[in-house]
Design a protein around this ligand. Structure first.
Ligand code: GLV
Ligand code: MN
Ligand code: MN
Length: 421
């Protein structure tokens, strides 16, 4: 087979593997895909991916933070590694490519090098991270933050999922210890860079007729857990003016979130994606509501100003309605520019596939934003249908995945030429 046919076959296999991981036992849901960190579905997916890594010529291991790592040695043993990764966890009712595609494309790059018996001046490690989405616990990217060495001491303490299971208990179920989690940290001298391929999750590449794009940076994120305390009461006997309804107050807060982001008329975006109403009965005025708040912008200052404005509006709503609103920040991920040198190299690799190297900023979060603290990062975007993501209708084509493999291999070769000199 010639190179384009090989890359095309690699793209087909990468897509087919993502599809295979889209159903039970690789999903925790009976129908559709939901794969959360440290669940049986995650475990099953890791086993399948470890097997594919082995077939591609990699030695596999699980690190102290539950990340699956496949290593393909370089020309010399113990050479520092180029890390290629993405995440295995998903949102609820997910698409099949957000996360897994980046891992499968990394495996295909190594498989191609292995098939032609080629070693680079550096090792290649493909990493399958566990919790980029954070759909089980309130915060995300514990696993990549552990690898990057930026996880604060005690960061896992008291973190529980909706069922009250702590991170420490979930890790223990996998034979891992929370006390050792930080040992997943890599030394900067062990690593030369981090490359992540990911579906774009937006419509730009498709609109411009481009299969691939080059990410220049990732937007800043804040996450909060907000709780509203009112007064539960009888739905039939409590006159409207005498109520302290936590849900109507929360509803006003949600509209305030939307209004602040709209009024900013910038790249500020703010979302309430989850809400719990207690006690949750038809004939009881809600006494307590908790909801998530996600605030993002291309730079930290715009994000922080937007969040401050939202919290200010919450205070006013609480005062006007006689309820208490408390917002606890559970995550702060700074805006994360990619490395200019690696961006340039990736742009050249994309251009070599006869694709204009469109540069774009990622509004979605990625493990790459965390890995920047450890090493230079680069991200390749792959076009997805209609820009649809976080949705079962998410699609990427085998042809585009094949072009991604070709561009990533070209990037690896370019890096090899530089490092070999
Ligand atoms: C992950 O997809 C995120 O951007 O939150
Ligand atoms: Mn993702
Ligand atoms: Mn996602």
């Amino acid at each position: 087979m010639n190179a384009p046919a090989l890359h095309r076959a690699a793209g087909e296999r990468a897509i087919a593997r993502c599809d295979a991981l889209g159903v039970a036992p690789y999903s925790d849901a009976d129908s559709g895909l939901y794969r959360a960190w440290l669940t049986p579905a995650h475990r099953a997916a890791q086993a399948a991916v470890a097997e594919w890594m082995g077939q591609a010529g990699m030695a596999t291991r699980l690190d102290a933070a539950s990340n699956l790592i496949g290593r393909y040695e370089g020309e010399h043993r113990d050479a520092p590694a180029l890390l290629i990764g993405s995440h295995l966890d998903s949102v609820r009712d997910a698409g099949r490519y957000d996360g897994p595609l980046g891992i499968m494309l990394g495996i295909e790059c190594v498989a191609a090098l292995h098939a032609r018996g080629e070693r680079m001046p550096f090792a290649i490690e493909v990493i399958a991270f566990g919790d980029e989405e954070g759909s089980r616990f309130p915060a995300s990217m514990f696993t990549s933050r552990a690898v990057a060495g930026t996880l604060a001491p005690g960061a896992l303490d008291g973190v529980v999922d909706a069922a009250g299971v702590s991170v420490a208990q979930a890790l223990a179920g996998w034979g891992l210890e929370a006390a050792q989690f930080h040992q997943a940290a890599r030394r900067p001298d062990e690593v030369i860079g981090y490359l992540e391929a990911h579906i774009e999750q937006g419509p730009v590449l498709e609109a411009e007729g481009l299969a691939l794009g080059v990410v220049t940076g990732i937007a800043a994120q804040l996450r909060f857990e907000v709780s509203v305390r009112g007064r539960a009461g009888h739905a039939g006997t409590s006159p409207m003016p005498l109520r302290a309804d936590a849900l109507t107050a929360a509803a006003e807060c949600v509209l305030a979130v939307e209004a602040v982001a709209r009024e900013a008329a910038s790249d500020l975006v703010a979302t309430v994606g989850r809400m719990q109403v207690l006690p949750g009965a038809t004939n009881v005025i809600p006494g307590r509501v908790s909801f998530s708040l996600d605030v993002r912008a291309g730079d930290n200052a715009r994000r922080d100003a937007g969040a401050a404005q939202i919290l200010h509006r919450f205070e006013a709503i609480a005062a006007a309605r006689g309820v208490q609103v408390e917002a606890v920040q559970v995550q702060d991920l700074a805006a994360s520019p990619c490395d200019t040198h690696l961006v340039e190299l990736l742009a050249q690799a994309v251009e070599t596939q006869d694709i204009a190297p469109r540069r774009l900023v990622s509004g979605a979060g990625h493990d790459a934003m965390v890995m920047r603290a450890l090493c230079p990062t680069a991200m390749l975007f792959v076009r997805c249908d209609g820009g649809i993501s976080h949705n079962p209708a998410e699609r990427a084509s085998a042809a585009d995945a094949g072009l991604a493999v070709a561009a990533m291999l070209d990037f690896i070769e370019r890096l090899g030429a530089i490092r070999g000199n």
